[in-house]
Design a protein around this ligand. Sequence first.
Ligand SMILES: C[S@@+](CC[C@H](N)C(=O)[O-])C[C@H]1O[C@@H](n2cnc3c(N)ncnc32)[C@H](O)[C@@H]1O
Length: 360
Amino acid sequence: MVIKMDILEKPPVGVEPLYELLRTTSKHYKLFCIFYAAMNIRLFDCLESPKNPRELSEALGVDSRLVHVLCEVLTDLGFLKKRGGSYMNTKIADTYLKRNSIYSQYEVLMNLQGGFKLWENLTDILKNGPVRADEQDFFHDNMIHALAAEHLTGELQKTVEIVKRLPEFRRARSLLDLGGGHGLYAIAFAMVNPNLKAYVFDLPEVIKDTKAYIKRFGADRIETIEGNLFTDNLGKHDIIFFSYNPAGKNPNIVPKIHASLNDGGLFISKHAFYHKGEGSKNRLLDLEWNLTTWKGIKKGDKIYSFIGDLNYEDYLKLLKEYFTIKKIIKPEKFGSISLYEFGDTLDSKIIIAKKRTSLK
Ligand SMILES: C[S@@+](CC[C@H](N)C(=O)[O-])C[C@H]1O[C@@H](n2cnc3c(N)ncnc32)[C@H](O)[C@@H]1O
């Protein structure tokens, strides 16, 4: 079919906003691919000491001309420095981009890449509905590792600083890291309180990862418990730490946590709540949230929301029936930098609540 049109006539509206969006998307996607590939070939591990492109090519088994250009890009971005014809890591690359660094962000890049694969299927998902996933598998492969890496960049240390100042924490002998995943919080809490025994409770597949972290950090006084927090017994503890869990706003968990605390025990909850009538916190993340469904628990429409969740106001009301709220801490005091993905702190709060012995 021939469309009769006058190509000399300018379009009715300028293309600038669209091209601006495509330009930044195109640039940043390519940059992401560079970091992803560089970490995959272990470029930054190799550049702990200076190497020229020929040496890099031999050590990594990659094309010397391409790796040369890649190094030039990374130098322009401030992740490598160049001396003569050789390249070497800058401090930020040495800290976060080596695969063997304690602060390595390799798993974060893997996780972002996994997310992109899902986004690439958006057309199919729009036509056929969300991808069905097993919650356990989602966390086990590789969300829990990405969260561990993200939290190690600052959120973990800030959270531990807040908790370690609490007199109840200093007196505590038993702490439950409920849905602890990687278990880094339990590991860190036991490090700062030498009298503390910490238990990481999580789904069986995820506990395999927890055990690997305990081994990796040579942690003492940590035990793991495999279970489902909705159905299994949680034991009895002085502190229950509950961070970023699907059941974080579920009303049935509050009495269960109360019953699993010793007298005067503390419940420390870190979750993103929705105020009564609150809309979206982030539309892109809402869409990402809805690309998958999990077996066993029904997601709500908005990021981090589940069917049956309480809103913030009603949650606090319920909490006050069982606990005395001691402190509510804003995300500026502990949160991570946003990566525009599942795992972002958004406006999460840490609620510190003390067990009431006589209920309201
Ligand atoms: C978002 S991760 C948070 C991990 C860790 N607490 C943190 O703050 O980084 C949620 C964790 O809750 C666990 N989880 C989810 N549903 C659970 C359930 N029904 N019983 C026990 N653990 C559960 C997941 O396996 C995962 O390790």
